[in-house]
Write a protein of this length. Structure first.
Length: 314
């Protein structure tokens, strides 16, 4: 039978037990048993309070070593979820705008046959709901189920873009790009926790925007497009703001997004205001692709900042 500890040691353990009130009874017993064992190993078994203070500090200080520290709960449970939401909600909004565009096309006298969608056997307005549903998939589903549905949807929408042709199918091209990025971008950025779309990606995006604007200008003819002051102004503004993505400044990315939204809004409003008899496919592409580029550049920057925050919290 072990001899009792000196009075100073017993008082130390009693006070330590009170300081450990934040632990469960079992945890507290384990800590006290381990501390008692260490005290017995001290010269004189902690006969003097000075010996105990030198070995352990005060009971309050010793108890703090066993206090749990809870991490501050982040507003988003994980970086991947944050990235998925960052990409999904603008895509949902753009898909809704695309549906409005298809409604406008049908509203101003274009039939399914005239829109080049007869081969798909789906009315244009009902078909326009497909991108909205696909954009919502990563918000309501997860894992491989969501990825497979997104892949099937993107492949199906690619057929719509091709079969619909320039009269209607090309209106789905920007939202098709956005839906594709919902699958591709998380895989690219999550490969490196500090990943961000830098030099090569931004340059490639800008070249894509220039290619779209150039194709619109060539399709309409240089002389004709100069006469269409609105088309020329929109194309020049989109190129100027699009150049901003190379400088990796958030306000420039936002300016590119704003320019794209302004062009899309004008394209949608023109027929309703009586300034045009239909929607301008070329300008829709210019505004839509500009929006996509600005959105992805901004999302990449926000994700980079978020990744730094997540890493610093570890």
């Amino acid at each position: 039978m072990k001899s009792p500890l000196p009075r100073a040691s017993r008082q130390f353990l009693e006070q330590l037990g009170r300081e450990l009130s934040f632990l469960s009874r079992e945890e507290r017993a384990q800590v006290l048993a381990a501390t008692r064992k260490e005290i017995r190993a001290l010269p004189g078994r902690g006969r003097r309070a000075e010996d105990l203070a030198g070995a352990f500090g005060s009971p309050a200080i010793l108890a703090m070593k066993f206090k749990r520290t809870e991490r501050e709960e982040l507003p988003v449970r994980s970086g991947r979820e944050f990235l998925l939401r960052l990409l999904a909600w603008p895509t949902v909004g753009f898909a809704v705008v695309t549906a409005l565009a298809m409604f406008s096309l049908e509203r101003f006298g274009a039939s399914a046959g005239e829109l080049g969608l007869a081969a798909i056997w789906v009315p244009p307005v009902q078909l326009s709901l497909l991108p909205v549903v696909l954009a919502l998939v990563p918000l309501v589903l997860s894992g491989w189920t969501a990825v497979v549905l997104q892949l099937l949807g993107v492949l199906g929408l690619a057929l719509v873009v091709v079969l619909g042709g320039p009269e209607a199918g090309w209106f789905y091209l920007p939202v098709w790009l956005l839906l594709g990025t919902q699958i591709l971008v998380p895989q690219l950025l999550m490969r490196g926790s500090m990943g961000r779309p830098d030099g090569p990606w931004r340059t490639l995006a800008l070249l894509g925007l220039i290619a779209v604007v150039t194709s619109v200008v060539i399709e309409r003819g240089w002389v004709h497009i100069v006469e269409q002051w609105w088309t020329m102004t929109a194309c020049v503004a989109m190129i100027i703001t699009g150049l901003g993505v190379l400088f990796r400044r958030r306000w420039l990315d936002i300016l590119t997004i704003a320019c794209g939204i302004a062009i899309l809004g004008a394209v949608l409003a023109a027929p309703w205001a009586g300034f045009a008899t239909g929607l301008d496919t070329g300008l829709w592409l210019v505004g839509g692709v500009g929006f996509v580029i600005g959105h992805l550049a901004l999302a990449g920057d926000l994700w980079h900042r978020r990744a730094a925050q997540l890493l610093s919290s570890l």
